[in-house]
Design a protein around this ligand. Structure first.
Ligand code: BGC
Length: 467
């Protein structure tokens, strides 16, 4: 069975580093899907200011404009598993690139609000699908020792996409160019994703699942730098089970249920700690915390966006070194403390309220980016057995979007009902629950092969060290 580190034992160092490079290249290309996810969700924050003028939107319509993309993402996440398994990871990503490109251009020409909403839902389909397909694609081409770091590439791309969308919004706003070019700009990474995927391979696991063993072997030899015989044997063993049973119901079967609880739990807690209230509403929070001008609030938001990117870069180095659990546990504690502090600042309005809010939000976003941000996506791509990997990841991703939708849709109303302080304290309670959840239920998967992880669930949540 697969052993951790066998790549290093069996390849010459020079060959290994050359091959690893191509794995990085492939992961970087696929991560453009993540960049589009970040850009297309973040772009609305600045664009909204102009959209509301063009289409004379009231506040409910503005909320609908913001969440339309999430509706599409929910549908995209549900459908992704099936398409991904039927036509393969590569063709799915090519298809998504086409959706992103057309969506970006057509949105920019929206003649009315309804048309705009339809475009946002269509782009959302692409975002929801990309969010689950990209991590699967990367985890299936990456060797075990690099899998966590490479899947984290995707999260880095999401955060870069968000930060870029803030700056692009700002630039077009300054140039007096309103919302159309803000949406159209997403066509650039979309076209790059399409061209890049044309030269990237299909994954060996997908080829094998269709009985195309020669092609599976060729891809392994070409990119992974692992011993093709052992790799093929591993894939063969996990596929044998896949043939016996698969499908949605299988997610609830005894060997898989515990993985499902971890996947869905991480998905829901990732959103219930309140991350997207910061990502989508940061300027509003800063204004409520006393930032006098809109530009000061937007500038502070851009700082938060950059910290998000920088902390994610650190996470890439940590995820396969310190491991998923340490990151999740310490991240939850720090988010809890930061959220308590934010609530306290709103409750007491201390002297340097603006500076204190910015500092707490920076600590919060850094803790998220070092924990739930990347680790949820890494684990949702690796915890499910092969026979339900795509379905499981897609279901986790679906839960993530539903939780995102619920939090984004209720945040302003929550503030209206119970005030800022209690709203943030509610998120603090969620961070505490997230801590308990991770401590009790989430296993350490660092350095384990996908097959070892599969056995862990089958063995009643015990590692089989001989596997
Ligand atoms: C989450 C997104 C969030 C982003 C922030 C992602 O992992 O799924 O909802 O906007 O992190 O960086």
């Amino acid at each position: 069975m697969a052993l951790q580190g066998r790549d290093s034992a069996q390849s010459a160092p020079a060959t290994r580093s050359r091959r690893s490079l191509s794995v990085y290249f492939i992961a970087a290309i696929a991560s453009l899907g993540g960049l589009l996810f970040g850009y297309d969700t973040g772009v609305i924050s600045g664009a909204l200011l102009f959209l509301k003028q063009t289409f004379a939107l009231n506040s409910t319509q503005q909320e609908i404009a913001t969440s339309a993309v999430l509706v599409g993402a929910i549908i995209g996440a549900i459908s992704a598993g099936r398409i991904n398994d039927a036509i393969g990871r590569k063709k799915t990503l090519l298809l998504l690139a086409v959706i992103f490109t057309l969506g970006a251009i057509v949105t920019a020409f929206s003649p009315n609000f309804i048309f705009f909403l339809v475009c946002r839902i269509v782009v959302g389909l692409g975002i929801g699908a990309a969010a689950s397909v990209v991590p699967i694609y990367i985890s299936e081409v990456a060797p075990a020792r690099l899998r966590g770091s490479l899947v984290t590439f995707n999260q880095l791309a999401i955060t870069v996409g968000i930060a870029v969308s803030y700056w692009v919004d700002l630039a077009f706003a300054h140039a007096g160019m309103s919302w159309p070019p803000m949406f159209a700009a997403a066509a650039i990474p979309s076209v790059l994703l399409f061209l890049g995927m044309l030269i990237c391979p299909e994954t060996p696991r997908w080829f094998a699942s269709k009985g195309r063993w020669d092609e599976a072997r060729q891809v392994i030899e070409h990119i992974k730098g692992t011993d093709p015989d052992r790799e093929i044997a591993d894939i063969r063993a996990s596929l044998r089970e896949e043939r016996q049973q698969a499908g949605f119901k299988e997610l609830f079967s005894p060997g898989v249920r515990a993985a499902l609880i971890v996947g869905v739990g991480l998905a829901v807690f990732q959103q219930f700690v309140g991350i997207n209230t910061v990502i989508y509403y940061a300027p509003t929070i800063f204004q409520q915390a006393g930032f006098a001008s809109a530009s000061a609030a937007i500038f502070a938001t851009s700082v938060v966006g950059i910290v998000n990117v920088l902390a994610t870069i650190v996470a890439i180095f940590l995820v396969d070194r310190v491991g998923r659990r340490v990151m999740l546990l310490s991240g939850s504690v720090i988010m809890f403390l930061a959220l308590v502090a934010i609530g306290y600042i709103f409750a007491t309005h201390p002297k340097h309220v603006g500076g204190l809010t910015l500092t707490s939000l920076i600590v919060y976003i850094a803790a998220f980016a070092l924990s739930f941000g990347p680790v949820f996506w890494v684990m949702s791509a690796e915890i499910f057995p092969t026979r339900v990997r795509a379905t499981g990841a897609s279901f986790s991703s679906f839960s993530n979007w539903v939780a995102n939708f619920l939090v984004s849709l209720t945040f302003l109303s929550l503030i209206g009902a119970i005030g800022e302080a209690f709203t943030f304290w509610l998120f603090a309670v969620m961070a505490l629950l997230a801590l308990l959840f991770c401590w009790r239920l989430v296993p350490e998967t660092k350095g384990r092969s996908l097959e070892q992880i599969e056995h862990y669930w089958e063995n009643g949540r015990h590692w089989d060290e001989a596997a």
